[in-house]
Every structure is written in structure tokens, then in C-alpha cells.
Design a protein around this ligand. Structure first.
Ligand SMILES: [Zn+2]
Length: 207
């Protein structure tokens, strides 16, 4: 029955690429996907690609239009990226940048957590979401002038369950890197809680 309903849905609403609209079964089609160019890594900061072109379109659809199925192909970009770099072998856990509970209930999901779970599925590094919290509902960073962004986030993150973080090598994951204020604040909280190292990986970086 569910299969039949699915078939009917496909007839009336054929699946298509979230970026260019090409009809087919790929949410991120074969024409669009190769347009993502991988950036070269530095030591503690890594971004898969620039927040531009198809990657930007796909992330916006994923995050703001709530197209959850894009977590698959977007997560695979992170997996691909990680597989190219050996440092992933010493990571103990992935911590996705948390959303405030208010924003989480508005969106219904933490987009970064969905991406983290995709990495877990393929790289066997556990995703741990219950340790880092956003205690203040901060304004969206992109709405603020540069100087106010750091201030906006000061003390916004807190770690609960410090024992589990002690001496751990953490991969801190985010979707968009803008000024680095968010990941810097998270890193500070994780280090203060005893983390051995914090590596930042983001799906994209703004130009
Ligand atoms: Zn496409």
C-alpha cells in the first residue's frame, strides 16, 4: 500500500534535483554534484567548498526549505572530504553545532546533526548531540555587523557531561562558516570542558 502510494506520488510529483529541477531520482543530480569544488584543508579548520553556486543552492534548500533528503548527498560530500584526509583516524566523536531549542522546534530538525549522522554511518565516528548546548537564543549571525557577531555569541554555548569530553579529539561540525564566531565559541566551551583537540569541519565557507 505504501509502495503504491509512493508510485502515485511519483507520477503526480516526480522526484527531481533540488538544485536545477531536472526530473530524476537524484536529489542532487549528476550534473550539479560535480560542480562542487573541494577546498584544500588547513590544520584545524576544514571546509568542503565555497558557499556559492550549486552548494549554496543545495544548502539553502536543505536548511530553509526543510528539504531533509538533501542530508544524504550533502552528507556524502563531507564523507568524501574526510576520506581524503587521514586525520579523521584519530577522531573520537563528532559534535554538531547545536541549535537553540526554540529554533530547533521551529525547523523541526538540526540540519548539522543530520549531516553528522551521515558521517557516522560511513566513517564510524559517533555523533554525540547531547553534550554541547546553546543556552541563549542568539540572533542569526548573518543579520549582524561583523563586530557584533562575536559579542552576540559570547557565552552562548555550554557543555553538560564534561567527563565524556575529557581528553577527546572532537570534530566540530557546522554547515556554513562565515566569520568563525560560532565555531570559535563552541571550541572555547569544549576546550574549557577538557577536550584534547577540536577540529572544525564545515560544509561550506562564505566568500
Ligand atoms: Zn541538478
Amino acid at each position: 500500500m505504501a509502495a503504491l502510494a509512493g508510485q502515485l506520488l511519483n507520477i503526480f510529483f516526480p522526484p527531481k534535483c533540488e538544485v536545477c529541477g531536472t526530473i530524476g531520482y537524484e536529489v542532487f543530480c549528476r550534473k550539479c554534484l560535480p560542480q562542487v569544488t573541494y577546498l584544500t584543508p588547513s590544520i584545524f579548520f576544514h571546509a568542503v567548498g565555497e558557499y556559492d553556486g550549486v552548494l549554496k543552492k543545495a544548502i539553502k534548500r536543505f536548511k530553509f526549505k526543510k528539504r531533509k533528503k538533501l542530508a544524504g548527498p550533502l552528507g556524502m560530500l563531507l564523507v568524501e572530504y574526510l576520506n581524503r584526509h587521514l586525520w579523521k583516524n584519530h577522531l573520537d566523536m563528532i559534535i554538531p553545532v547545536p541549535l537553540h531549542t526554540k529554533r530547533l522546534s521551529e525547523r523541526g530538525f538540526n540540519q548539522t546533526e543530520l549531516l553528522a549522522l551521515k558521517i557516522t554511518e560511513h566513517c564510524h565516528i559517533p555523533t554525540v548531540s547531547g553534550l554541547l548546548f546553546r543556552k541563549r537564543d542568539t540572533k542569526p549571525q548573518f543579520d549582524l555587523p561583523k563586530q557584533q557577531r562575536l559579542f552576540n555569541l559570547r557565552g552562548a554555548f555550554v557543555v553538560r557531561g564534561k567527563k565524556l569530553i575529557q581528553d577527546k579529539n572532537i570534530l566540530l561540525l557546522d554547515d556554513i562558516y562565515t566569520t568563525g564566531a560560532t565555531t570559535a565559541e563552541c571550541t572555547k566551551a569544549l576546550k574549557a570542558a577538557g577536550a584534547k583537540s577540536v577540529h572544525i569541519l564545515t560544509l561550506s565557507r562564505t566568500l
